[in-house]
Design a protein around this ligand. Structure first.
Ligand code: G1P
Length: 274
């Protein structure tokens, strides 16, 4: 059973400078809830309770967010404002949080490898919190966990993107084995324009089997000199099987300003409770 979810959250968030100069990008709020909390909600909904966060320098507010704030709680205790803490208190009751620091940014593959210390030798989920995913019924991770229970191999979530955007993503090629499920036979991290194997882009949701850790250790730096999870997953696909799943729902790229604004409007109109 998958119990843990890894959140690589050590990146700099340069696209949102100066906001992210001293605030982690994962703490940027969509209306009144930080991005990371949306990710944790999605993981809890999928039945995962171990939240393993890979942080870095200057990211302590990520830890504080999921801990008690005695002074604040004391001040608002017994007032209507307490209601505003209801959701985060429920999260803190249900989930366990553990943190590890990544000293150097050497790519997503490297961040995942740092997380091994918290994950151990079991399959796990990965959420990149700047991809915010919503779905009226089951969340994307929940959909992926059901798929994992059927197939027992690594799974990446994909969506079709316009041809002129494939260079921003890991892109897969694969044979459809069932509705919305593909067996991956090629995978390229941020292909140069015009060279993508398809327009099926990986978005920030993964289920990984633990053999990925040893594969990452053997994976040389790839695109931009970084250790790429996409390269490690291609090795895993060649040795066994990796699936790509075209998920149900909508995803907002909150790492970009237009995506962040779209997500804000969507959440305000559909999910915000005053
Ligand atoms: C990472 C992955 C990429 C994936 C993307 C999804 O890239 O390396 O394969 O498509 O997340 O958001 P990043 O956006 O961190 O550069």
């Amino acid at each position: 059973m998958i119990k843990k979810c890894l959140f690589p959250a050590a990146g700099y968030g340069t696209r949102f400078l100066p906001a992210t100069k001293s605030m982690p990008k994962e703490m940027m709020p969509i209306v009144n809830k930080p991005l990371i909390e949306f990710g944790v909600d999605e993981a809890l909904e999928a039945g995962l309770t171990g939240m393993c966060i890979v942080t870095g320098r200057g990211k302590n507010s990520l830890m504080d967010h999921f801990d008690l704030n005695y002074e604040l709680e004391h001040e608002i205790s017994g007032t209507p404002k307490e209601e505003k803490l209801k959701d985060i208190r429920a999260i803190m009751d249900k989930a366990r949080f553990s943190f590890i620091r990544q000293r150097q940014m050497r790519g997503l593959g490297h961040a995942i490898l740092i997380g091994k210390e918290l994950i151990g030798d079991e399959p796990f989920a990965v959420v990149l919190a700047d991809d915010l995913c919503v779905n009226a019924e089951e969340g994307v991770l929940k959909q992926m966990i059901s798929l994992y229970n059927q197939f027992r191999c690594s799974i990446v979530a994909v969506e079709e993107v316009p041809d002129d955007e494939t260079h921003k993503y890991g892109v897969i090629k694969g044979e459809m084995i069932k509705d919305n499920i593909f067996r991956v036979d090629d995978m390229v991290e941020k292909p140069d324009p015009g060279t993508a194997p398809s327009n099926m882009a990986i978005i920030g949701r993964y289920i990984l089997t633990p053999d990925i850790f040893d594969i990452i250790k053997e994976t040389p730096p790839g695109k931009n000199g970084e250790i790429q999870l996409t390269d490690a997953l291609l090795t895993q696909a060649k040795r066994g099987c990796v699936l790509a799943y075209k998920f149900k729902g909508r995803r907002f790229d909150c790492g970009s300003v237009p995506g962040f604004i779209e997500a804000t409007n969507y959440v305000y109109e559909n999910m915000y409770k005053d």
